[in-house]
Design a protein around this ligand. Structure first.
Ligand code: UDP
Ligand code: MN
Length: 297
């Protein structure tokens, strides 16, 4: 990763004055106990961030799996990303599919491109989902994904519905799960069997993160995917599958490797549940799907 030489625009720009004694929001947590910011509408100045980061000419990578029937999500996903995701930055979409001819041709803005990789279709949907850790790791290690400043690993059954940009840049970033942001940690759906590598005791952990999106620099993504892949393999040898597959392992990893930045539920809205009052804008939303119909049998 390129060294960031400065933290601010080259020439001063007009921004609203921040006051040390005035919290931009008082209804939500803006910083974790380990001093990682939590990103909410109203907590950042998009103009200031873009004036800082756009001159650095970053390339943002994104991994996207569309295996079997999930290729149908690609078109709405990509079209919405072209409208809202990292506008003004270079973007490489890395699409993994078993049906390359079903990757739609979507008009891309300058500096943005699609790279298609062939991948096998595992028979169980759980396996398709959890194998992403191994596949992402291998593609970084063999250098077929390189020269990106930040990599985002996303589910495909989602659409962008609002601005999603530089405020999410961090060495390692994770998103609050929209279903578990306001419950006691002993109720988090962590894996609770000590026999699994994903085991988290009832009195451990901070936040429950959703596996539909994690991101960061390549070094950090290599580490998190390697750790999850290895843990998944050990579980497999021991004949145990964690409650929520790779999400359980991701959460276990993040208990001790805390993210440098956390995205609020704005960055993963559940379109099938009421929007929490704290969410002023949904930026990335789930697409309704019929699980029984769409999942590989
Ligand atoms: N996936 C896929 N084909 C499948 C099952 C899963 O491509 O048959 C990929 C796809 O990227 C999907 C992700 O794995 O978004 C996670 O699966 P899913 O979205 O079904 O899990 P959920 O979000 O419902 O927990
Ligand atoms: Mn999903």
């Amino acid at each position: 990763v390129r060294k960031i030489q400065r933290n601010g625009p080259q020439t001063p720009i007009e921004v609203e004055q921040p006051f040390a004694l005035k919290a931009p929001r008082t209804d939500v947590m803006l910083v974790t106990p380990w001093l990682a910011p939590i990103i909410w509408e109203g907590s950042f100045d998009q103009k200031l961030l873009d004036a800082t980061y756009k001159p650095l000419n970053f390339t943002i990578g994104m991994t996207l799996f569309a295996v079997a029937k999930y290729t149908r999500f690609l078109k709405p996903f990509l079209e919405s990303a072209e409208k809202h995701f990292m506008q003004g930055y270079r973007v490489n979409y890395y699409i993994f599919t078993d049906i390359p001819e079903q990757v739609p041709r979507v008009e891309l803005k300058p500096g943005r491109s699609v790279v298609v990789f062939n991948t096998v279709k595992y028979s169980r949907w759980q396996e398709i989902s959890l194998r992403r850790m191994e596949i992402i790791n291998k593609h970084i290690m063999n250098k077929s994904i390189r020269e990106v400043d930040y990599l985002y690993c996303l589910d495909v059954d989602l659409i962008f519905t609002n601005h999603y940009g530089a405020e999410t840049f961090a060495p390692l970033v994770a998103v609050l799960h929209p279903g578990y942001f306001n419950i006691l940690r002993n109720k988090f759906p962590y894996e609770r069997r000590p026999e699994s590598q994903a085991y988290v005791p009832k009195d451990h952990g901070h936040f429950y993160y959703i596996a539909a999106m994690f991101g960061g620099t390549l070094n950090n993504i290599v580490d998190v995917t390697a750790a999850c892949h290895q843990a998944l393999q050990v579980d497999k040898v021991n004949g145990i599958e964690a409650a929520w597959q790779e999400e359980s392992h991701l959460n276990k990893y993040l208990v001790t490797n805390m993210p440098h930045k956390i995205l609020s539920m704005e960055y993963l809205c559940n379109s099938e549940a009421p929007t929490p009052a704290s969410v002023k804008v949904c930026r990335f939303s789930t697409v309704k799907k019929n699980h029984a119909e769409i999942r590989a049998q």
